[in-house]
Design a protein around this ligand. Structure first.
Ligand SMILES: O=C(O)CCC(=O)C(=O)O
Ligand SMILES: [Fe+2]
Length: 619
């Protein structure tokens, strides 16, 4: 309960990994243990709510006696939803949900990648070994970790027998006890443990399946029916993955773990002279694996026993339900796989023609009161905005790209002192991926989105030469705590992107201006702030505003970078405004070189981590 009331999982994880980086190992242990505990607690809450609400809505009295057009299905979903909302309020209080990203990290056992070393550094070698083992159970091909575990296990003070999987489910131990008892011909204990393991396994699988019923980004096709079908499919694939997830007994893969329970049980029951239970177990097993020869032979043997009746060979209730559901689900997935095939070329042609589905130009030059400029909506989805904001949230630098930040010849900041300006560029994002702090998928997404931005500019302005990327900058501006909400200063004063405005009609295209920039594009990521409008102005003082654009997720402005497009940003008076700014050039010598490097890194799966494991490998 102490953990329950304090920080979020994300914050605890962040503190733990930060402590790891700063070599404060006791804090690393404390925070990561808390993060894991809290994650488990929240996960369980979510699962419990989903299981309970499903049961409740199934059991509730229906509003109408006949089911017409699947209305019953929707009625249940509505009741289920109401229950979920209440359940969440009851169990979480005002606690946030664990976000997608954190969930992924924890499901992949990422915390243990840090935790084992922190345990080791505080001399808890047994736990260090167990943490490494826990990680390996889910990531069996991780060579470095395998080597680390081997080193730990050779240390004095580490007892191999006591190396445990911290994330093991109950049934794993019950199953192991059960099969041990079986080997020792201790039939009572074999039966008890196997029955318990079975119940625990089935419950665990239900929890795993409940965990799958999370959110989904309907993205490019949010019509009612397809949205339901797509979300369902997404969830179903995840649910089908549960068998595989649970089939690993501390890293050993058992394809037919569930069925094998019935194999142990049939023989143990036979030995206890409970022929009915033995025959039921045989029939249950055969429902999973109907062609299993040795089980068919067992059946033949039992059939010949005088006391056995044909009716004994009925599969157990839980198995019938399980196998039917499983078979139906597999058929649905197979159907989807076989039928949802569209020839690549037509899909590619459609994509090349349309680009992103919901993209639409909303304002052209006339609407915006000037030259080469446009605004558009729907370039990226909410989910994609959130992914970029995730990078921003976790890795931005203050004043990035301007004087006051690290290194280089940089221009003085054009930003107001009443706001915090933070940013991160492509180079640093690539670096984070390289060192394994950020998933490659983020970089891939960033490259893809910025390429879309480039293509939109090329199309809109009919640019016939090659248009190169010059600089990619993810930036956020936020009001400083002490600043007035009534301020009228600009967040970003009126300027041109490729020249220094020296007075009306004079704009010097030389240092310190980024004179090589030819086109600018800004893609907005959020709207939960106040102020922060993008404005085009006819004059450099911002007296003759031509148009104003309110940022929101997926909205983009594009314009040529010269003095024909003087622009600025009004003060952000509340909250934080994030945007992806990209500048382009026609001069290849000013290309953003990091772009090719990052693409190469992604294409070839090169990261520091990988190099490291390759080195170890070739020793
Ligand atoms: O964030 C915006 O809307 C514009 C920023 C801008 O003009 C710039 O960084 O040059
Ligand atoms: Fe600008």
């Amino acid at each position: 309960d102490e953990v329950k009331d304090s920080e979020t999982v994300a914050a605890l994880y962040e503190e733990g990994t930060q402590a790891y980086l700063e070599e404060r190992f006791p804090v690393c242990v404390e925070k990561l243990e808390q993060a894991l505990e809290k994650y488990r607690w929240q996960r369980r809450n979510t699962q419990n709510c989903r299981l309970k609400c499903k049961q409740e809505s199934e059991a509730s009295d229906t509003l109408f006696p006949v089911d017409i057009e699947n209305l019953r299905f929707f009625e249940k979903n509505i009741k289920n939803t109401l229950c979920l909302i209440n359940c969440k309020i009851d169990s979480n209080g005002n606690n946030d949900n664990v976000d997608d990203e954190i969930q992924k990290l924890f499901e992949e056992r990422k915390p243990y990648e840090y935790l084992h070393l922190c345990y080791f550094k505080v001399n808890d070698v047994q736990k260090a070994a167990s943490a490494a083992f826990t990680y390996l159970v889910l990531n069996p091909d991780h060579k470095v970790m395998a080597k680390t575990l081997k080193q730990y296990s050779e240390l004095p003070g580490v007892d191999l027998k006591d190396v445990i999987n911290f994330e093991a489910k109950d049934f794993v131990y019950l199953y192991v006890y059960g099969s041990d008892a079986y080997e020792k011909k201790d039939w009572d204990n074999a039966i008890n443990n196997m029955e318990e393991s079975l119940a625990s396994y089935l419950h665990e699988e239900e929890e795993c399946r409940a965990q799958c019923e999370g959110p989904f980004d309907a993205g490019w096709y949010p019509d009612f029916v397809p949205a339901i079908a797509n979300h369902f499919t997404y969830v179903l694939k995840c649910k089908q993955g549960c068998k595989k997830k649970l089939g690993s007994l501390n890293g050993e893969i058992h394809a037919d773990l569930l069925a094998s329970h019935y194999n142990y049980l049939q023989y143990a029951y036979f030995k206890k002279r409970n022929l009915y239970a033995a025959c039921q177990a045989v029939a249950s097993y055969l429902l999973f694996l109907p062609d299993d020869e040795s089980m068919l032979a067992n059946m033949e043997y039992y059939q010949k026993l005088p006391k056995v009746q044909d009716s004994f060979f009925t599969p157990r209730e839980e198995v019938i339900r399980y196998v039917q559901r499983d078979t139906y689900e597999e058929r649905i997935l197979r159907y989807i796989k076989n039928e949802f095939k569209f020839s690549k070329t037509s899909a590619q042609i459609a994509e090349a023609k349309q680009g992103r589905r919901n993209f639409r130009f909303t304002k052209n030059a006339t609407d915006l009161g000037g030259g080469k400029r446009f605004a558009s909506d729907g370039l990226i989805s909410r989910n994609e905005c959130q992914k970029l904001v995730y990078i921003a949230n976790n890795f931005m630098n203050i004043n990035d790209g301007y004087k006051g930040s690290s290194g280089g010849e940089k221009s003085a900041s054009p930003h107001t002192k009443n706001e915090k300006f933070e940013g991160i560029d492509l180079r640093r994002i690539s670096f984070l991926v390289y060192i394994g702090l950020l998933k490659p998928a983020y970089l891939r997404l960033l490259l893809e989105i910025t390429e879309e931005m480039r293509v939109k500019l090329v199309h809109k302005f009919n640019i016939e030469e090659s248009l190169y990327f010059s600089y990619t900058h993810l930036v956020c501006r936020s009001a400083l705590a002490g600043s007035s909400q009534n301020r009228t200063d600009l967040s970003h004063k009126i300027h041109a992107d490729n020249c220094n405005v020296l007075g009306d009609n004079i704009c010097a295209k030389k240092y310190p201006a980024f004179h090589w920039r030819d086109y600018s594009a800004i893609l907005y990521l959020n709207d939960d702030f106040e102020g922060g409008h993008f404005i085009f102005s006819a004059d450099s003082k911002g007296r003759k505003i031509q148009s104003s654009i309110m940022p929101k997720c997926g909205r983009m402005v594009g314009f040529s970078s010269g003095s024909e497009n003087l622009h600025g940003v009004t003060g952000v008076t509340k909250g934080r405004r994030c945007a992806l700014a990209v500048w382009f050039t026609l001069d290849p010598t000013y290309q953003e070189l990091d772009r090719d490097v990052s693409q190469h890194m992604l294409d070839n799966d090169i990261t520091f981590h990988q190099y490291y494991s390759q080195d170890i490998n070739t020793e």
